[in-house]
Design a protein around this ligand. Structure first.
Ligand SMILES: Nc1ncnc2c1ncn2[C@@H]1O[C@H](COP(=O)(O)OP(=O)(O)OP(=O)(O)O)[C@@H](O)[C@H]1O
Length: 916
């Protein structure tokens, strides 16, 4: 039993010993691993320490301590190896950096000031240096070959944030001033604008640059009004974005490259803060400006302005008065800042630049300065762009395109609107050929402001871009309507073509249809408020058409330029804001009301012969003031027109001139002179008020109702209508095919009737002037089925009525009965009556109870619209009689009556309301 227990204990003992042995082994291994790990940590810590301090920068005490470290030898060997490898590569580094800065910071951008300070720059600003020097840095090891230039990107590359150290403001000023002088001296005067704002002071910011503050190159802002500066910059950004980038470019830099022009100055805004965060609203504005600025060529230099700007920004943080660290070199390298440029030399240089700028801006510019170096070289595929004036020597442009498709121009009488229009038309016409730009010009003002653009008596030249010139249309609002209809039709035509080519805008259409003729159309309507000068159909239709064109014209290249003395007074316009809203280009002459946004008072303070150009619907930030050169005095525009005419007239037709003050002359009217005998004669009554030079007339086929009535007492107009009707018919009838029968009981009109008779006879026709109308009518009625076709020209039927009504003894029918029979049955047998009744009541008497159907067409003169209703299928007729115009209606062709212009008879000018 005992031995059994001992055996058992032994077995346990042996097992325990085995376990102990195993544990001992494991513990030993763990201790070894730990020792190794600790040694590794110690080694890494040492390595980290050495890297942090720098192998060559340790103090002797530190060196000794490091040497004592067990891993010292190994760590020094490894780091030494790495450093040697790095410096093998880096040995070329400083040299490469020097070359890089030399290449990207040429001349004043990177060279020492002694080489350029005081000289006026020559770079026109189409491209800009990418880097601007601030100092130098030296890579570890202090030999000179390791020193390289440190430069920062500015302008459209990057913003710059500078953080000062205590008592370093003069140093910061030196850096900022140095950078600004480098930029100002690199470019030609006027290419750079500097904006200075300092939270702490108004006047003493960078005083050495003050000579520039008498020019537009330097502006200072109120310390309490950072918003003014930010608003202004935001305005530039929006404007540059709107006008520039619509041409398909995303930045001003691209646009400069594409056009090879500077277009806008570079802008640098320096903001001095005090290290405190801006209030939330300003910080937001600043952030917004910063993010759009670079694409608009605007760069911010922020000194002690803590801000989270998301745009590209480099930093320079001062360590002390000589040194800084920069994001350009990383935090391990110290930048040795360049010493400030000598104050006296900076002042002298600033003075020179200011003087050069003033000399360059010169005195007031002239129309000739608006002209391009080469005529007609621009393409209008994307937009129209033309300078119309100057501000501080810089050209101010008007852009008509996608972002600003239509323009609204306002200014009181004499403020220079017409002159502005001439400057605009001249500048456009000189840049774009008539293949690129077609002009439709309408002036509702009394006078002849656009008349010179069409060929005239004194000057046979015309503006080849003009397709239509309408002058003196103040009483012919219908002509404005006709133009709008024409534009709406053209809009439809262009939309259809765009659809066919599966494109949505003019630029693409022109690309897809290179052989098509798709110029941009600009329709100028001066004093356009006349279109809305009544509560009538014309106003309603004009409003609707304008709205349609304004909305859809943009994509089809049809643009409106609407000018008015008093935009404020146009009721219909304000009631229909669509047109107004589409006019995003606003041009306010001095003292113009309501053209700009309500809170924008720029027009109030605009000096004489200036205009405020605003591409942003009149919001203040879009304001651009421009002096508009004299374009309208003698020989200014005319000379350009003559030049363009000589260049293009052979290829383009002359514009149609519509002059509301002059009635057309029948003998000069193509629709009359081209008439030839034909089977469907048409009596011409007058000229249509239309964009094309069209006649309006009445077809006289052998069908009932084809008689014509001339209504009203206006003698000259009535005689003219009778005359042109008869003479146009005579030209279309073979000799012997027709007889003209004339009757005129009005003594005063007899000479005109005799004159017509002899003209008809001179053409070889049979024309009889009868005294006894009743007898003639009776004989025609009796032989109606066999008679030769006849045209009865009855003057003053109202005066003939008493004798027509009289019945001879024993006769059953009077002359009036015969007349009624002829009006009813004559046309079907080729006997048509063209009669003049001086009052509608007498016409009704003539027709009796038979209704009005026998009068198929009429031309009304001085009669009331409401009297005409029965003759116009019962519709309400709006008609304000006016001299030299008639209201014309033909049942078979007209939905509603139209206004026409009777011809001017050679010996008698139409006179106002003349009666016999
Ligand atoms: N920029 C300018 N420089 C010199 N003279 C100018 C300028 N603008 C206009 N004028 C002159 O001022 C006068 C009036 O100008 P304009 O006819 O253009 O004004 P408006 O606003 O069209 O006036 P209205 O509506 O009465 O015709 C004209 O004799 C014109 O020659």
């Amino acid at each position: 039993m005992a031995s059994k227990a001992a055996e058992q204990r032994n077995r346990v003992q042996t097992a325990l010993d085995r376990v102990r042995h195993q544990i001992g082994l494991v513990l030993g291994a763990a201790a070894g691993a730990r020792e190794m790990a600790e040694a590794e940590v110690a080694r890494l810590t040492l390595e980290q320490e050495i890297v942090r301090v720098g192998m060559d920068h340790a103090t002797p005490a530190q060196q000794t301590e490091w040497a004592r470290h067990p891993a010292a030898h190994e760590v020094f060997a490894a780091l030494g190896g790495t450093r040697a490898a790095f410096y093998t590569d880096w040995s070329a580094g400083p040299g490469q950096l020097r070359d890089l800065v030399a290449a990207h910071a040429p001349g004043p951008a990177g060279r020492p000031p002694s080489e350029w300070l005081g000289r006026v720059g020559t770079n026109p600003g189409v491209t800009a240096p990418a880097l601007w020097r601030v100092g130098s840095a030296t890579a570890a090891g202090s030999d000179i070959s390791r020193t390289f230039d440190v430069a920062v990107p500015l302008l459209d590359e990057s913003h710059l944030a500078i953080t000062s150290a205590p008592k370093t403001r003069p140093v910061v000023d030196g850096i900022v001033q140095g950078l600004l002088m480098r930029v100002l001296s690199a470019f030609e005067p006027g290419a750079v604008k500097i904006h200075l704002w300092d939270v702490g002071q108004l006047t003493a910011i960078l005083p050495d640059l003050y000579p520039l503050s008498r020019t537009s190159a330097l502006s200072l802002y109120d310390p309490t009004r950072l918003e003014d500066l930010l608003d202004e910059l935001a305005g530039h950004i929006r404007r540059i974005h709107a006008t520039g980038m619509q041409a398909g470019h995303t930045s001003l830099r691209e646009l400069r490259k594409a056009t090879n022009q500077r277009l806008e100055p570079y802008r640098i805004a320096v903001l001095y803060g005090n290290g405190e965060t801006l209030d939330a609203e300003r910080a937001r504005d600043l952030k917004r400006v910063a993010s759009g600025a670079l694409a608009a060529g605007i760069c911010l230099i922020l000194v002690d302005v803590p801000t989270a700007v998301s745009a590209s920004i480099e930093t320079l943080s001062l360590l002390d008065e000589r040194r800084a660290v920069s994001s350009m070199t990383g935090s391990d390298l110290v930048v040795d800042l360049d010493p400030p440029m000598p104050s006296g030399q900076v002042i002298r240089a600033a003075n020179r630049i200011a003087e050069a700028l003033i000399a360059r801006q010169g005195g007031p510019r002239s129309f000739a300065d608006l002209m391009p170096s080469e005529i007609g070289q621009e393409s209008s595929a994307r937009e129209l762009r033309a300078p119309i004036g100057f501000y501080e020597g810089e050209a101010v442009e008007v852009v008509i395109g996608d972002a600003s498709p239509h323009a609204l121009i306002g200014g009181p009488s004499g403020s220079g609107k017409t002159n502005f229009l001439y400057a605009l038309l001249g500048s456009l016409a000189a840049r774009y050929s008539p293949d690129e730009l077609a002009l439709y010009l309408l002036d509702f003002k009394e006078g002849v402001s656009f008349a010179g653009l069409a060929p005239g008596r004194k000057d046979s030249s015309w503006l080849p871009h003009a397709k239509l010139v309408g002058v003196n249309v103040n009483t012919d609002r219908e002509f404005g309507l006709a133009l709008l209809r024409f534009l709406a039709d053209e809009l439809r035509r262009r939309s259809a073509a765009a659809k066919e080519h599966e494109v949505t805008n003019l630029a693409d259409l022109r690309e897809q249809d290179p052989s098509g003729h798709w110029p941009r159309i600009v329709a100028v309507i001066d004093e356009f408020q006349y279109l809305f000068a009544g509560r009538d159909q014309v106003t309603a239709q004009a409003t609707q058409l304008l709205e349609d064109i304004a909305r859809r014209g943009r994509s089809q290249g049809i643009h409106l330029v609407l000018a008015s003395q008093d935009v404020a007074g146009i009721e219909a316009f304000w009631g229909k804001p669509a047109v107004f809203e589409q006019c995003t280009l606003r041009i306010a002459m001095p003292k113009a009301r309501r053209v700009l946004a309500e809170t924008n008072n720029a027009a109030v303070s605009a000096p004489k012969w200036h205009a405020v150009i605003n591409h942003d619907s009149g919001v203040a930030h879009g304001n651009q003031l421009a002096h508009v050169p004299d374009a309208s005095s003698r020989n200014v525009f005319v000379n350009l027109q003559q030049k363009l005419w000589e260049l293009y007239a052979g290829r383009f037709t002359r514009p149609r001139l519509f002059d509301g003050a002059h009635s057309p002359v029948l003998e000069q009217f193509p629709a009359f002179t081209e008439l030839k005998p034909n089977a469907q004669p048409r009596a011409i009554l007058g000229q249509s008020i239309d964009v094309t030079e069209a006649a309006c007339g009445v077809d006289l086929p052998r069908v009932p109702g084809r008689n014509v009535a001339v209504l009203g007492g206006a003698t000259a107009e009535a005689l003219s209508i009778m005359d042109s009707a008869a003479r146009s018919l005579s030209r279309q009838m073979e000799l012997g095919q027709v007889e003209f029968l004339l009757h005129c009981p009005i003594v005063a009109s007899s000479p005109a009737v005799l004159d017509l008779k002899s003209r008809l006879e001179a053409e070889g026709h049979l024309a009889t002037l009868t005294e006894d109308l009743s007898a003639e009518l009776e004989s025609i009625v009796e032989s109606l089925s066999t008679t030769t076709p006849r045209i009865l020209l009855l003057y003053g039927v109202d005066a003939a009525l008493p004798s027509l009504e009289a019945k001879a003894v024993g006769q059953l029918k009077s002359g009036l009965d015969h007349l009624r029979t002829l009006l009813k049955n004559g046309p079907a047998h080729g006997v048509h009556t063209i009669g003049w009744w001086r009052s509608i009541a007498r016409l009704k008497d003539t027709l009796g109870f038979g209704g009005t159907d026998d009068i198929g067409a009429w031309a009304a003169l001085d009669v009331q619209g409401n009297e005409l209703s029965p003759f116009a299928a019962g519709q309400v007729v709006h008609w304000s009689p006016r001299p030299g115009r008639a209201l014309f209606f033909d049942r078979t062709t007209h939905g509603a009556p139209e206004v026409i212009i009777p011809f001017q008879r050679p010996e008698t000018e139409p006179t106002a309301g003349g009666t016999s």
